[in-house]
Design a binder for this molecule. Structure first.
Ligand SMILES: NC(=O)c1ccc[n+]([C@@H]2O[C@H](COP(=O)([O-])OP(=O)(O)OC[C@H]3O[C@@H](n4cnc5c(N)ncnc54)[C@H](O)[C@@H]3O)[C@@H](O)[C@H]2O)c1
Length: 352
C-alpha cells in the first residue's frame, strides 16, 4: 500500500478493502453510507457487498451521465440520507467515476452544512484527476460544474483493480488527464507516455503514482485556484465548451475526449502566441491523435464554442481565460485569445 500525504488528507494507493479497514478502524463516524455507481457496483458486486456488510454501510446505487449530474439527483441523495438517518457525524463513501465523486462530494459537503466523505474513484479519470483537490460540483443550466464548492475528502482510496472492468473508451477518456499532467509540468512523464502503444498493457500501479503526484503537488500549493492550479485547466476552456455542446447531441463526448480536442486547440493557441514551437505542436497533436478518433464539429458548433467560452468559470470580467503551454512540461496561466484565433484553433484540429 502506497501513501501520498497532503496537508489535509492522505491518498492510499493499493487494495481498497485494506485501506478502508484501516481508515474505519482509526476513525469513528456515527454511521456509514455509500453512494455507488450502478455499473461499478454490478461489475464489483462481491467486493463492495463484503465491505458494506463488514462496515455496516447503507448503500444507494445510482446510474450516471452528465445530465444526471444535477441538483435534482442531489435532492434524491439528500432525501435518501435523511430517510436513513444520516447526520453531520456520518460518513459518505463515494464509489464511482468523476460524476459520483463530484456529485456525491457536493451532496455530502452541503448536507447539514457538511458531512464527512471519502472518495473511492473507479475510473482512470477519477483516479488521476477528479478525486483529488476537493473541487465538487454539479451541472446547471447546461453549463458544466456550474454550481459547487471546494471541500476536501477525509481520504482518497485508489485501487487500480477497478480499471480492469473499464471500457476501452472510458480508459482512453481518462488517459487525457494523464497526458495533461505530463504536458503542464512533467516532461519525464511525457517521454514515458510517448512509449505507450496500448493502454490495456500499461502497468497502472506503476504509472498512476507519478500522474497522481502531479495533481497533488499543484493543489497543495494552490488549493483555491488563485495561480498554479489554473495550470490544470489546460485544454479545458475549449474542452468544456465542446463537452457542453455535444451533451445535447446524440453523440456526447466523454469528458476526457473533449479535453483531448481542447488540448490540441489550446496547444495551437500556445504556438500562435509564441510559447511552443511548431515541432512541439506537431508532437502533441500526433500523440493525442493516436488515441482519439477525430470528431466532426460543424461551423455552427464552432460559433457556439466562442459564445460558450464567455461563460467559463475561469473568466474574470469579459476576458476568456486560458492556460497555455510554455514548452512541454511548463505552463502559462491567465492567457487570452481572440475569437478568430479560437475558431482557427478548432479548424486546425479539424484539419490536422
Ligand atoms: N473535480 C474535479 O477536479 C474534476 C476533474 C476532472 C473531471 N471531473 C469530472 O469528472 C466527470 C467525468 O468522470 P469520469 O470520466 O470518471 O466519468 P463517469 O463518472 O461518468 O464514469 C464513466 C463511466 O464509467 C462507468 N464506470 C465507473 N467505474 C467503472 C468501472 N470500474 N468499471 C466499468 N465501468 C465503470 C460509469 O458507470 C460511467 O458509465 C465529469 O463530470 C467531469 O466534470 C472533475
Amino acid at each position: 500500500m502506497k501513501k501520498i500525504k497532503t496537508p489535509d488528507y492522505q491518498i492510499f494507493l493499493g487494495d481498497a478493502a485494506e485501506a478502508l479497514d484501516k481508515w474505519l478502524k482509526k476513525n469513528q463516524y456515527a454511521s456509514h453510507f455509500a453512494l455507488i455507481d450502478e455499473q461499478a457496483y454490478r461489475l464489483h458486486k462481491k467486493r463492495i457487498d463484503d465491505w458494506c456488510k463488514k462496515h455496516k454501510i447503507k448503500a444507494l446505487q445510482i446510474s450516471v451521465n452528465e445530465k444526471l449530474k444535477s441538483i435534482r439527483t442531489c435532492e434524491k441523495i439528500w432525501t435518501w440520507l435523511m430517510a436513513e438517518g444520516a447526520d453531520r457525524h456520518s460518513l459518505l463513501l463515494n464509489i464511482g467515476g468523476g460524476i459520483i465523486g463530484d456529485m456525491g462530494g457536493f451532496a455530502a459537503a452541503t448536507y447539514k452544512r457538511g458531512m464527512a466523505f471519502i472518495q473511492m474513484p473507479t475510473t482512470l479519470l477519477a483516479q488521476v484527476d477528479a478525486s483529488i483537490g476537493g473541487k465538487l460540483a454539479v451541472n446547471f443550466k447546461s453549463i458544466k460544474n456550474n454550481v459547487g464548492v471546494f471541500r476536501n475528502p477525509e481520504t482518497i482510496i485508489i485501487d487500480t483493480a477497478f480499471l480492469k472492468t473499464l471500457s476501452d473508451r472510458e480508459l482512453t477518456s481518462g488517459f487525457a488527464e494523464v497526458i495533461k499532467h505530463a504536458l503542464i509540468v512533467d516532461k519525464k512523464l511525457w517521454k514515458k507516455l510517448n512509449k505507450i502503444e496500448n493502454l490495456r498493457a500499461v502497468n497502472w500501479d506503476k504509472l498512476l503514482p507519478q500522474a497522481v503526484a502531479v495533481k497533488n503537488e499543484i493543489v497543495k500549493i494552490d488549493p483555491y485556484e488563485k495561480k498554479e492550479r489554473k495550470s490544470l485547466n489546460f485544454g479545458h476552456t475549449i474542452g468544456h465548451a465542446l463537452e457542453s455542446i455535444f451533451m445535447k447531441t446524440k453523440n456526447p463526448l466523454l469528458h476526457g475526449e473533449a479535453i483531448a480536442v481542447g488540448m490540441i486547440c489550446e496547444a495551437f493557441l500556445s504556438h500562435e502566441s509564441g510559447f511552443i514551437s511548431k515541432n512541439e505542436l506537431t508532437a502533441i497533436t500526433a500523440f493525442i491523435s493516436r488515441f482519439y478518433t477525430k470528431r466532426k464539429i460543424t461551423t455552427s458548433q464552432i460559433k457556439k464554442v466562442s459564445q460558450l467560452v464567455k461563460h467559463d468559470k475561469k473568466n474574470k470580467g469579459k476576458k476568456v481565460n486560458y492556460t497555455f503551454l510554455r514548452g512541454i512540461g511548463d505552463f502559462k496561466i491567465n492567457q487570452s485569445a481572440t475569437t478568430p484565433s479560437l475558431e482557427g484553433s478548432i479548424y486546425y484540429y479539424l484539419n490536422c
